[in-house]
Design a protein around this ligand. Structure first.
Ligand SMILES: *Cc1c(COP(=O)(O)O)cnc(C)c1O
Length: 374
């Protein structure tokens, strides 16, 4: 089946008692045993599994073409489960430009447990130079956050396979509508479902999808069930509900973002635009090879410094000045102040999550915010 059909049907079960077309939210934490002591439907206690979580795991695994999925209470919990499953002494390679919350998790929560090198993944020779005997995983994020850097997923997979190293891809920015890392050879895919998958900025969640049900996957599953950072049935329901419209939303985000990127590129107050759909983007050719669209995220540099960039975000009226991404509403943020002290993000960078409002209203808003008299 095609992705639109999977998105609508693979996360839904028609209720066998009431015939409700939409799967109900099962709030019960415990499930009745049969007389023989067994659990006829496979549910025992809702930290271990429950019907709404299973539906969310089914639909996300199918969307990414994986064998199985584990859902978590946040994207960071999902990624953290992979690092916990690696165990002490493992070395990983992660992108030099990556979601800062995850970078901080690796550096603080896994300090002394996991060794990490942050490497420019678009330079395959640099990746190779950082491989060690204890390297277990290459963590890929492409396009990256907030610089929209693009790396060659297949080249990284080929290198990793030669050294018996796993590859995980944070696919939050692209979603399976645009990029399918498992098809390109990745072992694991991670999403912050908080973003495009749920799509309405009203539920937090994360998911890991695995290409194979292997031994490592069993460890990830046991971290989910035993460490217990699981999503509630309501969270799972909300995410499954959002996923139904994901393919259509992604086309709209992509279409609007392309126009916003072109508009910004022609604006005299803009120094530079980072969007993989622009031919001026250094990763454009690679993006065309592994992405079917270019997504709804972009960043740009305002001429000047932090003050000028903050003036622009403060002047926006349709865009909300807020962090996060992937909702139907457009957001803009001064990224460096969001990431805090020590960030390498340029002080004049504004990150935009292009929403699904009418493009004319978005362009008018940017035009007025960028006008020098403001
Ligand atoms: C938001 C985000 C995360 C973290 O997810 P949470 O749901 O906030 O824990 C990880 N990676 C990327 C690319 C993100 O945008």
């Amino acid at each position: 089946m095609k992705i639109e059909t999977i998105a609508i049907h693979a996360g839904n079960l028609i209720d066998q008692h009431t015939k409700a077309v939409i799967q109900p939210i099962t709030l019960s934490t415990t499930f009745e045993r049969a007389h023989d002591g067994g659990y006829p439907d496979g549910y025992m206690y809702s930290r271990m599994d429950n019907p709404n979580r299973r539906s969310l795991e089914n639909v996300t695994a199918k969307l990414e073409g994986g064998a199985d999925a584990c859902a978590f209470s946040s994207g960071n919990a999902a990624a953290g489960a992979v690092f916990q499953a690696l165990g002490p002494g493992a070395h990983i390679i992660a992108p030099d430009d990556m979601y800062h919350g995850l970078r901080t998790q690796i550096l603080q929560v896994f300090k002394g447990v996991i060794e990490v090198d942050f490497v420019d993944l678009s330079d395959i020779k640099a990746v190779e130079r950082h491989l060690r005997p204890e390297t277990r995983l290459i963590w890929v994020e492409t396009p990256s956050n907030p610089l929209l850097k693009v790396c060659d997923i297949r080249a990284i997979v080929n290198l990793a396979k030669q050294h018996d190293v796993m590859v995980a891809c944070d696919n939050t920015f692209s979603t399976p509508v645009i990029q399918r890392p498992i098809n390109l050879g990745c072992d694991l895919v991670m999403h912050s479902t908080t973003k495009y998958l749920s799509g309405h900025s009203d539920v937090l969640g994360g998911v890991i999808i695995s290409a194979n049900k292997d031994q490592f996957w069993e460890k990830v599953r046991s971290v989910q069930v035993l460490a217990g950072a699981v999503p509630s049935p309501f969270d799972c329901y909300m995410t499954v509900r959002g996923i139904k419209t994901l393919p259509y939303r992604m086309r709209g985000h992509n279409e609007n973002a392309m126009q916003v990127a072109k508009f910004l590129e022609s604006d005299p107050l803009v120094e530079k635009v980072y969007y993989p759909g622009l031919t001026s983007h250094p990763g454009h050719e690679q993006a065309k090879k592994q992405m079917s669209l270019f997504g709804g995220m972009l960043s740009f540099l305002v001429k000047g410094g932090a003050e000028e960039a903050i003036r622009v975000v403060n002047s926006l009226k349709v865009f909300s000045q807020a962090t996060s991404l992937g909702g139907v509403e457009s957001l803009a943020e001064h990224r460096a102040s969001q990431e805090g002290p020590g960030t390498k993000t340029p002080q004049n960078l504004i990150r935009i999550s292009v929403g699904l409002e009418n493009i004319d209203d978005l362009l008018d808003d940017l035009r007025q915010a960028l006008s020098p008299i403001n």
